[in-house]
Design a binder for this molecule. Structure first.
Ligand code: PLP
Length: 392
């Protein structure tokens, strides 16, 4: 506890704190890292093989192919699904920019479909309408994003893609372990792509990613693409890349995978507590459809007074973030794609109203309460100020 300038007590609650998790599992992690160092083997070894097998199984998929990052998982997955120079790939504008970087790396052009106003994920009706009016032979794949840990509405998306012969590359980088109608994200499309960026629900101590698939031909293609295009050593049957998940990261991730179910459950408990304690505040909490199991990579509330609320929370020592403040179609880098302001209105409106609150398994009850009390206080202050001004 500290005192702020008005004499009120404040807690310091960072938006994220990876040290808290490390300290809880320090001994296991340190041993795993020591084991790799002592083995003298750092690239494409038994830790990666083990992790690929275990993570594919966790995802109810068949093959896991470890790569250098989530971006590379998406990039190589698109190539393995046959995306070529000049093709078009459909995704959403309110995602982490790497979704689009990956499309660019695959030499394709991104096409954006607006999102559902309640789940913030791809609106299948809009995908349907777009394809009905604009289908062309360059369109090859759709990348639905399981944003914040909430699954995209896969049944209609898969059906539409089947009709038009489009591959489905799931961006599950924020949703390790989430369920859609009982199915694990990443197991429904042609491929599922994951990031193990340190802050993700399953995070490495550096960059790492994985593709899971049930398609053996796609899996074999990916094994070549990530390793210089080699089918066997020094024999290159395709052009390739260097994108591998190294042994140190794989060893760390194997330890952490054994905690993932527990950690996701705690995230869900925290989300439930937030939902309860924020009742009556002028904010919209995340929705969870009855057929979804959200894993709350992020806890994103919505309010028209977002910037004021964020400033107020900052003064109270509470770290927040915005995912994401400017939709990709309006970023300077992607203006050439030709989307005007107002062309994707839901995503654009969301970007001005969303706010991510701290959520991680090590967040304590006191801290959650403090965040929620602070939000209530800030709204009450705003209300009484408005009353006061209205009277004048
Ligand atoms: C994190 C993330 C990525 C990229 O992952 P990196 O490992 O950082 O390359 C892609 N898509 C989404 C939605 C993400 O959140």
């Amino acid at each position: 506890m500290e005192n702020d300038i008005t004499g009120n007590e404040t807690l310091k609650i960072p938006f994220g704190d990876l040290r808290r998790q490390y300290l809880k599992i320090k001994e296991e992690i340190d041993n795993a890292i020591q084991g790799v160092l002592a083995s003298g083997w750092f690239i494409l070894g038994k830790e990666l093989e083990g992790f690929e097998r275990e993570f594919a199984q966790y995802c109810d998929s068949t093959y896991g192919i470890g790569v250098g990052s989530g971006t590379e998982a998406l990039h190589l997955a698109l190539r393995a699904c046959g995306v070529k120079e000049g093709d078009e790939v459909i995704t959403v504008p309110n995602t982490a920019v790497p979704t689009v970087c990956a499309i660019v790396s695959a030499l394709a052009k991104a096409v954006f479909i607006d999102v559902d106003p309640s789940t913030y994920t791809m609106d299948p009706q809009k995908l349907h309408d777009y394809l009905k009016n604009n289908y062309n032979k360059r369109l090859k794949a759709v990348v639905p994003v399981h944003l914040y840990g909430h699954p995209a509405d896969m049944s209609p998306i898969l059906e539409i893609c089947e009709t038009y012969g489009l591959k489905v590359v799931e961006d599950a980088c924020q949703a390790h372990g989430a369920l859609y109608k009982g199915q694990k994200v990443g197991s429904m499309g042609n491929v599922g792509c994951f990031s193990f960026y340190p802050t993700k629900n399953l995070g490495a101590y550096g960059d790492a990613g994985m593709i899971v698939t049930k398609d053996i031909a796609v899996a074999q293609k990916l094994l070549q693409l990530r390793n210089y295009g080699e089918k066997k050593k020094y024999y290159n049957i395709s052009e390739g890349f260097n994108s591998r998940l190294d042994e140190l990261q794989a060893a760390v991730l194997r330890i952490k995978l054994s905690y993932l179910t527990q950690w996701n459950n705690i995230r869900r408990d925290i989300a439930a507590t937030y939902g309860k304690l924020l009742e009556g505040a002028s904010v919209v909490c995340p929705v969870e459809k009855d057929y979804d199991r959200h894993v709350y990579h992020l806890y994103v509330i919505k309010t028209p007074n977002r910037d004021k609320l964020r400033e107020g929370l900052d003064r109270k020592g509470i770290g927040t973030s915005i995912h994401y403040p400017l939709p990709i179609h309006l970023q300077p880098a992607y203006r050439h794609l030709g989307y005007a302001i107002g062309s994707l209105p839901i995503a654009e409106r969301l970007s001005g109203e969303i706010l991510s609150l701290p959520i991680y398994p090590e967040l304590c009850e006191d801290e959650i309460q403090y965040v929620c009390n602070s939000i209530h206080q800030l709204y009450q202050k705003a209300k009484s100020l408005k009353k006061f001004l209205d009277k004048k």
